[in-house]
Design a binder for this molecule. Sequence first.
Ligand SMILES: [Zn+2]
Length: 267
Amino acid sequence: MPSDGEDEYVPWVQQFCESFGHDYFVPVAQEFIEDDFNLTGLSSQVPYYREALLTILDYQVETADDDDDKKLPNKAILAHSAELLYGLIHARYIVSKPGLTAMASKFERNEFGTCPRYYCDGMHLIPVGSTDIPGSETVRLYCPCCNDIYIPSSSRYLNIDGAFFGTTFPGLLVKMFPEIENQCRLRIEKFNQHDFGLKLFGFKINELSASGSRMKWLRMHLKTDADRVEYDQCELKIPQLAANGDSIDDGGDGDDNDDDDKTMASD
Ligand SMILES: [Zn+2]
């Protein structure tokens, strides 16, 4: 029966994505939600998992308000569970091919905002969670140019859970779309000569003074082969006594993630 437009039915996922402050989210495809494989492990993280899943999929769910059964969730609890479940599915969806593509379009349209750092020259930001555990921290924005994270400028995002975007997503996006790295490279080349440092009447402030520049190497990018050689030779660990430059075992950076299933080449 055709509806008269006024009470047109809006699917739950669309409603969620259109509500206030939810504009970082992409709509997760129905097939993705219906595939049990994609939901592995979520049932233990979400209260009233089954009811929440049915809500997301637009099935009628009985709540305690309809029936006095104590085992049923009330509407508010069910709504919260459904949002939590959707958020966790969303974090998985955006690291799948269709989700990544949808987020890449949003990134391109600059829907996540631009980096506030002057030298990043309006680089588009990418949403990120600093942890994958829901309820720990709200969403942050990652700039692939300065490799730093920022708090969204609008307060509407201050209650969006970071775990709904996850820790893996920005890294995967940058690796899957090399043009993002290209955009960064252009900015780095453009601004490399102009290195900000405080000056007093034209004289640079000594690095050791309280307002002197610190840790400049953090934002340094190796450009020439000579730079690379220097980097390779610089000793970030206890110097070896062996004179013949025995291969020093690579300690790595110490915070290896246990993401064994990453398929991306990292070069
Ligand atoms: Zn930046």
